[in-house]
Write a protein that binds this ligand. Structure first.
Ligand SMILES: [Zn+2]
Length: 401
């Protein structure tokens, strides 16, 4: 089979409770992007990729099939030589998502390659695949997130200002890990449910008492407590960095980094994995043993990235150069893309706004509307994606092996 076109890709939508609903004000970002009636459901994630738990379907010569199956039948033509050789068996190395949240997600981290293999083998019900998970979030509007541990001294200062935490701090200070955050988290997770809930309730009463000038950690703790009263995840308001992304800024998250997206819409791309190690702010299972064994407790800070910008005609190409060969992203804002510039590699792209013309030499031009997604097989050469309106934006995800 010869792959000589751009092929339409239809992705699945996740309606997680933290997504955006029509009742919360504006039309949910994902429903608006897809041009569909949002109904009353929350719209959380659009998945474009080949993960077995929600595979996208690609339409090739009138036949619709899961993208992963199509790739496995013809890996070199779809993926390109390098990407087909990089993973065994050959497979798409990334999962491309649009994410929009109106409520905080669970506090979580993701495993590295070694841990993912063990976790999937021993607890497949919690860890659905054997892949590491590295991810990047690129804001499409002002976006709030928590990521990475704060500086230890700052955490001690803020916790020390809340009397209700004194017994917990005492337990931490008496333990073997008194000089690091692993000790503090171990002390928190060792508390019985009733005493932890009593501590959090007392702390909430303290920080919201009239006349108290609350600091940012206390303000966040009160906000999270309103949504998840008594949940130990609320305590992480004191532990994690609060990060505000402007539109176009990216947050890169290596495995084992604690994080929780709070509010906003963005493009998320990750290795092809759905492995989540949860720490709190969730009714789902919290795997304390795995969390304590894998989390990076250092205050490494959060890696905010700006794209490399290149003016092209009246538009701009913005490339996100990421420290992983498994995925990178590029935004073509009012700028044409000649696929050969992307090399011998598969590309998944989404028309985020406006319209684009898909041109392949010798074939009729196809118009790609807003919200449509497509695959460029590596075997397709000498083809272009050209904006049809000044504000057209096309987002590409591709490997870089
Ligand atoms: Zn995550």
């Amino acid at each position: 089979m010869e792959l000589k076109s751009f092929y339409p890709l239809s992705g699945g939508v996740r309606h997680y409770a933290w997504g955006e609903t029509a009742s919360s004000g504006a039309v949910p970002y994902i429903a608006k992007l897809l041009g569909v009636d949002p109904g009353s459901e929350p719209w959380a994630e659009l998945w474009l990729g080949a993960h077995p738990s929600l595979p996208s379907e690609v339409l090739v010569d009138g036949v619709r099939q899961p993208l992963g199956e199509a790739i496995s039948l013809n890996p070199v033509e779809w993926l390109g030589m390098a990407a087909a050789a990089a993973l065994t068996p050959p497979q798409l190395s990334f999962l491309f998502k649009v994410l929009a949240c109106n409520h905080p997600l669970s506090i979580q981290s993701h495993p590295d390659a070694a841990a993912a293999k063990v976790l999937h083998a021993t607890k497949p019900q919690l860890y659905p695949d054997a892949n590491d998970k590295t991810e990047v979030m690129i804001a499409l509007e002002p976006f709030e997130a928590l990521a990475g541990f704060r500086n230890l001294q700052m955490i001690r200062r803020d916790l020390g200002a809340v009397k209700a935490f004194a017994p917990l701090l005492e337990t931490w200070n008496r333990g073997a890990d008194a000089d690091n955050l692993k000790g503090l988290c171990a002390a928190l997770f060792a508390m019985a449910d009733a005493s932890r809930q009593a501590m959090l309730a007392a702390a909430l009463a303290e920080v919201t008492a009239a006349g108290r000038p609350a600091n940012p950690a206390e303000t966040l703790f009160a906000k999270l407590s309103a949504e998840y009263p008594g949940d130990r995840g609320t305590f992480f308001a004191f532990l994690l960095n609060q990060i505000s992304l402007q539109s176009g800024q990216a947050l890169f998250l290596a495995p084992n980094t604690p994080h929780a997206y709070q509010r906003g819409a963005g493009i998320e791309c990750m290795t092809n994995s759905d492995n989540v190690i949860r720490a709190g702010l969730t009714p789902k299972a919290v795997d304390v043993e795995t969390l304590m064994g894998t989390l990076n407790f250092q205050d490494v800070g959060a890696a905010l990235l700006e794209p490399v910008r290149e003016a092209r005609g009246t538009g701009t190409v913005e490339r996100y150069v990421l420290p992983t060969p498994k995925f990178q992203l590029a935004f073509y804002r009012g700028a044409p893309c000649q696929v050969d510039e992307l090399g011998d590699a598969i590309g998944v792209f989404l028309v985020l706004s406006g319209r684009a013309a898909l041109s392949v030499s010798g074939q009729a031009t196809v118009e790609a509307g807003r919200g449509t997604a497509w695959v460029r097989p590596a075997a397709l050469k000498n083809a272009t994606v050209t904006p049809l309106e000044p504000g057209s934006v096309v987002v590409w995800a591709m490997p870089n092996f």
